[in-house]
Design a protein around this ligand. Structure first.
Ligand code: AMP
Ligand code: MG
Length: 353
């Protein structure tokens, strides 16, 4: 299959390209497109055959369900039942945006899309290209991240091409995405709302809107498997986002200690003849004399860090880096989402100094 790439400079000038992408989706094909979180790999989510293609293009385990992307909040009632007042409130406040809501599914949603579950994950993205595409397609678009399973999620069309060239019909290039890590997932089917995956929309933000306690699935804060707790989002149990090099996080409240420790560890590996990468920040990048040093963002702007994370991991893969040392970040509200991705990439290897 030849993968067509269309660059969208200005939405209003690209009506024909969007129509073509919408037609591919209606016909059961695959189109990758930008959202505000990461690039998604879209298919008609109510067509089992179409969503099956997503699994084979990504090499994704079939028990890992897909998120349905919609452009109009009214579509929720086509896809889901027993929607509580609280769930509606959360959707009204945070949509369009980086929040996925788990609800009980209606019969129209095939088990092939939900990985056999009776619940369905739904999100309304805010990225203008994603919104237009879903509208033009006129279908609920199942769209996981557009990477090969196990690789870092794509934040540019170039990343999508690396993984999906020849496997999908079209890539809509809308430039670099904003947030850079996947949406928050909140399960609204139980008495107590539960966060199954941390993201840009945080626990305090949800609690403020819902007016009561929101829990975080304990399995996502611990090393999966180790504690024997099974995460409630099936996808969270897989080792995601893994770079080829062995990644270790060095965390400290004292920046100087952190930098010194990374320099020491990097030097040991360099002296032994390995290719070493360092994940630094704007504030510290000049303090690392050795190795391939990449700045992921500024400590003063958390979104710059989330937006840079996956791209740096891919760069290190391309550079053949064998050992990676990353600075650690504060695990406050959104910081928890960033550290969740970094810890998973590191297989939970973290040194505290
Ligand atoms: P991705 O689309 O690659 O961001 O992955 C989707 C995530 O949503 C995975 O971690 C899935 O396990 C999770 N997910 C999708 N549907 C459900 C559901 N019905 N219940 C729980 N988790 C879900
Ligand atoms: Mg993914």
């Amino acid at each position: 299959m030849k993968t067509k790439i269309v660059k969208l400079e200005q939405l209003e000038h690209n009506e024909n390209e969007l129509k073509e992408a919408g037609q591919i989706l209606r016909d059961g094909g695959l189109v990758a497109f930008p959202t505000e979180t990461v690039y998604g790999l879209g298919a008609d989510g109510l067509n089992s055959e179409a969503s099956a293609k997503i699994y084979s293009a990504k090499g994704r385990p079939s028990d890992n369900p897909l998120i349905l992307h919609i452009a109009d909040i009214k579509t929720v009632d086509v896809l889901a039942k027993d929607v509580s007042k609280e769930a509606r409130k959360v959707m009204e406040v945070f949509w369009p945006g980086p929040l996925t809501v788990i609800l009980n599914k209606k019969e129209v949603v095939p088990y092939g899309t939900t990985g056999g579950l009776d619940t369905v994950a739904i999100r309304m993205p805010s990225h203008p290209v994603a919104r237009e595409l879903i509208k033009v397609a006129g279908v609920a678009v199942a769209a996981p991240s557009a990477n090969t399973s196990g690789r870092p999620s794509p934040t540019t069309a170039q990343h999508v091409l690396q993984d999906m060239d020849g496997r999908i019909d079209m890539i809509v290039d809308g430039g670099k995405v904003g947030i850079g890590i996947e949406s928050t997932i909140v399960d609204m089917t139980g008495e107590i709302p539960m966060i199954l995956r941390p993201g840009y929309i945080t626990k305090p933000m949800l609690e403020q809107v819902i007016g009561k306690e929101v829990r975080i699935d304990p399995a996502i804060l611990s090393k999966e498997g180790m504690d024997g707790i099974r995460p409630k989002a099936p996808g969270m149990k897989y080792k995601h986002y893994a770079p080829k090099g062995e990644l270790t996080i060095v965390s400290s409240h004292n920046m100087d200690n952190m930098v010194q420790t990374i320099n020491k560890l990097a030097k040991e590996k360099l002296d032994a003849g390995y290719v070493v990468g360092i994940i630094a920040t704007e504030e510290t990048k000049d303090q690392y004399p050795n190795g391939v040093v990449k700045e992921i963002g500024s400590r003063k702007d958390q979104v710059s860090i989330s937006a840079g994370l996956y791209s740096v991991l891919r760069d290190f893969d391309d550079a053949g880096v064998e050992f990676i040392y990353s600075e650690g970040f504060e695990q406050d509200d959104f910081g928890q989402a960033i550290m969740n991705r970094l810890l998973k990439a590191a297989g939970y290897e973290m040194i505290r100094v």
